[in-house]
Design a protein around this ligand. Structure first.
Ligand SMILES: NC(=O)c1ccc[n+]([C@@H]2O[C@H](COP(=O)([O-])OP(=O)(O)OC[C@H]3O[C@@H](n4cnc5c(N)ncnc54)[C@H](OP(=O)(O)O)[C@@H]3O)[C@@H](O)[C@H]2O)c1
Length: 273
């Protein structure tokens, strides 16, 4: 029987997920379809009812519903309850189970490059929803410590408290306090939305070297100012599209219970740029 999938959010027209998953269906010869479905804020409950009526097999969730969706789940995977946000759901006879594949998606590029996170000192810029999944990832991989720098200090404080509760040594600062200290870290991650509109990087990368890992989770444009500055220093670069691909690969595996066609999905994603 043919299976239907969707991504829900608002705005949703520019989502790359339909392309990525449709390419995987073609590659694996699966009789499945994947659509982008706009559900405005405040209309989530009706939207989900609609998806259940068409017997949706699974769906992804993006801004602004990742947290609001939690209360409509019947079951939760550990990643989802730990992070407190959901981006992937399975529907089995009307029973919705939530997962958060952002954490594994974030870690995937480290695994692909055989980069070890254990014992690394991390500087994380940003303290929003994505940053929370990233903190959970660094805790899982046993980073030595994390410094969380955010524009709004209270959010950095609360994320730092979360990091401590899951066993990760952490502290919080304001972005402007980073100044020339980026060189003191092994891994630097931009998890703010700065770069989406080609804005300059919010921190200086002065003094970093070819061993520093610089990871921007903003994926459009691919070469943000933050990435360009890291390239000037010959740092190890990880692009935002790699996280996007990683979370899609993990969602595919949850839904279809088979290994995802990574290269076909990557090709479809890069074709969207
Ligand atoms: N590659 C991927 O797969 C992937 C996955 C998820 C998200 N993302 C991208 O990651 C970004 C963040 O997503 P999110 O869900 O975490 O969003 P969010 O919850 O809205 O958090 C936004 C973060 O950006 C900071 N910020 C926004 N404008 C800023 C500015 N002008 N100067 C300094 N900081 C600023 C916010 O700081 P305040 O707390 O001070 O407001 C906050 O820390 C988005 O661009 C999203 O597209 C990528």
């Amino acid at each position: 029987m043919s299976k239907s999938f969707a991504v829900i959010g608002d705005p949703i027209d520019h989502s790359l997920s339909p392309n990525i998953h449709s390419a995987a269906f073609r590659e694996m010869d699966l009789d499945s379809s994947y659509i982008a479905y706009r559900i405005p804020k405040g209309e989530l409950e009706e939207g989900i009812e609609g998806l259940k009526k068409i017997n949706i097999h699974g769906f992804n969730i993006t801004i602004p519903h990742k947290i609001a969706m939690m209360k409509f789940l019947d079951k939760m995977d550990e990643s989802c309850s730990l992070i407190g946000a959901v981006n992937t759901v399975t529907n089995k006879d009307g029973i919705l189970k939530g997962y958060n594949t952002d954490m594994d998606g974030f870690l995937e590029p480290f695994k692909k490059r055989k980069l070890n996170i254990a014992k690394c000192k991390v500087l994380l810029i940003g303290a929003g929803g994505a940053a929370r999944a990233i903190v959970a990832g660094f805790a899982k991989e046993k980073a030595s410590s994390i410094t969380i720098a955010n524009r709004t200090p209270e959010k950095a404080d609360s994320l730092s408290e979360f990091a401590k509760t899951i066993g990760l040594n952490s502290n919080s600062i304001e972005i402007k306090e980073v100044r020339e200290t980026a060189k003191n870290y092994d891994i630097i991650v931009n998890a703010t939305s700065v770069g989406l509109k080609n804005e300059p990087s919010v921190i200086s990368l002065q003094g970093i070297n070819e061993k520093t890992i610089v990871y921007d989770i903003v994926y459009m444009p691919m070469n943000t100012d933050f990435i360009k500055k890291a390239k000037e220093r010959n740092a190890v670069i990880v692009y935002g599209y790699e996280m996007l691909l990683g979370q899609a690969v993990r969602a595919f595996e949850i839904w279809h219970d088979m290994e995802a066609p990574y290269n076909a999905m990557k090709k479809a994603l890069l074709g969207g740029f």
